[in-house]
Design a protein around this ligand. Structure first.
Ligand code: ADP
Length: 159
């Protein structure tokens, strides 16, 4: 039984995140999507709102082995407490990979046996970034091709 964890800030959740979740659900016996605040990013949605939005997508896609949680603290501590052995991360580019690679080494040191598995993004999601979406939203550009409709609706209420 392989339990995996997909951590991120998901602020906001994008179609790129949903793609990684759907593919991860096929690879592991269970997948916990862990919402963890990123101290380096200015928050837009509250973790509680992100959880509701992600849960709706997961329900729609009938991903019965996927659950969403909010966690404050080290992700390796969450993995340990849940007996999860894999950290799942998505990679869009070589610069993503550089960052993710260093993070995976750090998490390996912190978390003992935890392995990070990278999934390359798929062509339609290559340029989807939460930070870009925040920027487009600020100037009232269209984000309908980048996020699920329910996420778009929640974001439009903020501008
Ligand atoms: P973080 O704040 O930790 O970077 P994010 O919410 O931005 O978290 O992303 C969580 C994970 O999802 C990261 O592994 C990131 O690389 C991945 N990800 C984000 N957008 C995409 C995308 N369009 N395609 C594939 N993976 C993605």
């Amino acid at each position: 039984m392989i339990r995996a964890v997909f951590p991120g800030s998901f602020d906001p959740p994008t179609l790129g995140h949903i793609n990684i979740i759907s593919r991860g659900a096929l690879l592991f016996d269970s997948l916990d999507v862990v919402i963890a605040a990123n101290a380096r990013k200015v928050p837009l949605l509250k973790p509680r709102q992100i959880k509701i939005l992600l849960e709706e997508q997961i329900r729609n896609l009938k991903l019965s082995t996927v659950k969403v949680v909010v966690h404050n603290g080290l992700i390796v501590d969450y993995c340990r407490s849940m007996n999860a052995s894999v950290l799942l991360r998505g990679v869009r580019s070589s610069s993503d990979f550089n960052y993710e690679f260093e993070l995976s080494i750090l998490n390996k040191q912190l978390g003992g046996g935890i392995e990070t598995i990278f999934l390359p993004t798929e062509p339609g999601y290559l340029v989807l970034r939460s930070s870009t979406i925040k920027e487009i939203l600020k100037y009232r550009g269209s984000i309908s091709e980048m996020v699920p409709p329910a996420v778009e609706k929640a974001l439009l209420k903020l501008v």
